[in-house]
Write a protein that binds this ligand. Structure first.
Ligand code: BG6
Length: 306
């Protein structure tokens, strides 16, 4: 029996051991990941999607795992200036390419994105994206493959310079969450009002980072392995080639101003977003870059002193 199927712009992955995931072709957005643990096998939802999120392709999904490419936040690279907040990958329809794997070890699908006329009008670069989402019993992995398809032989080379990020909305009691280990890491605080303060790095002093206040922090060279814990649960994230991590929760201050955020939604999730967002990843013509995250359910809560 097939455990993967595509239907009306949605792809469903069902693992023989009970976990499941669902993706929209729109934005290649994972909108559900259900998994249990070894001690509590009943699968539960691990991602937050606002009940007011648009799931019809009219705007990026407020929740799940939007894919951010080729720019994070407001564009800063000269080649990205015609793009909106967080680039275009999260707001275009991707193509279902193939089932990569469909067995006990994992259930995995591949979506692709090539430049369309609409994309090229705003971003005239040669690229090919492939997004592989793999579901295991207690894990969800996402891999973004970025290829520079330029055949130019000019000097300087026609490099592809981009930012990429997985905008994970992790379902969790936000006010009880700790994210670590980020102590001593340099970060940029986007909640600061002035541009000068936002661009001045701070150093994280907390052993465990909480989001009890409006938080929008970009940690640079953050280590690549994070734990998000709360009483009774947690998620571990391990990454490859994604050197930075963003921790974001709007709390009521900013959350209540978002049209697609459900009332109190900010209490139900924390965004821990691994990415390459300080500076730009660079690939030469013909080369491919792969950014990966592996998210695993933590079986036992681990608390640390703040
Ligand atoms: C985070 C950014 O990654 O995404 C925040 O650091 C931003 O600054 C948030 O507010 C949500 O962005 P958007 O475009 O989905 O509202």
């Amino acid at each position: 029996m097939p455990v993967t199927h595509v239907d009306g712009g949605r792809v469903t992955l069902t693992h023989p051991k009970g976990s499941s995931a669902e993706l929209l072709l729109y934005g290649a957005t994972v909108i559900s990941w259900k998994s249990g643990t070894t001690t509590e096998p009943q699968p539960i939802e691990r991602l937050f999607v606002s009940s007011k999120a648009a799931l019809d392709g009219s705007k990026p999904v407020r929740g799940g795992i939007p894919v951010i490419f080729p720019s994070f936040g407001a564009p800063t690279h000269p080649e990205h200036m015609r793009l909106g907040q967080h680039g275009f990958a999260r707001s275009v329809v991707w193509t279902f390419d193939s089932i990569v794997m469909d067995n006990d070890a994992g259930v995995s699908v591949r979506l692709t994105l090539e430049p369309t006329a609409d994309i090229t009008a705003k971003y005239d670069k040669s690229f090919h994206l492939a997004y592989v989402v793999t579901l295991a019993e207690h894990q969800l992995s996402t891999d973004l493959h970025v290829k520079n398809t330029s055949t130019s032989t000019t000097y300087p080379p026609d490099n592809l310079e981009f930012q990429a990020l997985f905008h994970n909305y992790i379902r969790a009691p936000a006010n009880d969450v700790l994210v670590f280990p980020l102590q001593d890491k340099k970060y940029y605080d986007k909640t600061e009002v002035s541009e000068e303060a936002r661009s001045k790095p701070k150093v994280e002093t907390r052993a465990g980072v909480d989001v009890r206040q409006f938080t929008d922090s970009v940690y640079e060279d953050a280590g690549g392995k994070y734990e998000v814990t709360w009483p009774g649960g947690g998620i571990e994230i391990k990454v490859r080639e994604l050197k930075d991590v963003v921790v974001w929760n709007p709390q009521e201050a900013a959350g209540s101003k978002m049209g697609d955020m459900e009332d109190g939604g900010w209490e139900k999730y924390v965004c821990v977003e691994p990415g390459y967002v300080r500076g730009f990843a660079k690939i030469e013509p013909g080369k491919t870059w792969i950014g990966q995250q592996i998210m695993s359910v933590i079986h036992h809560e681990r608390r640390i002193n703040q």
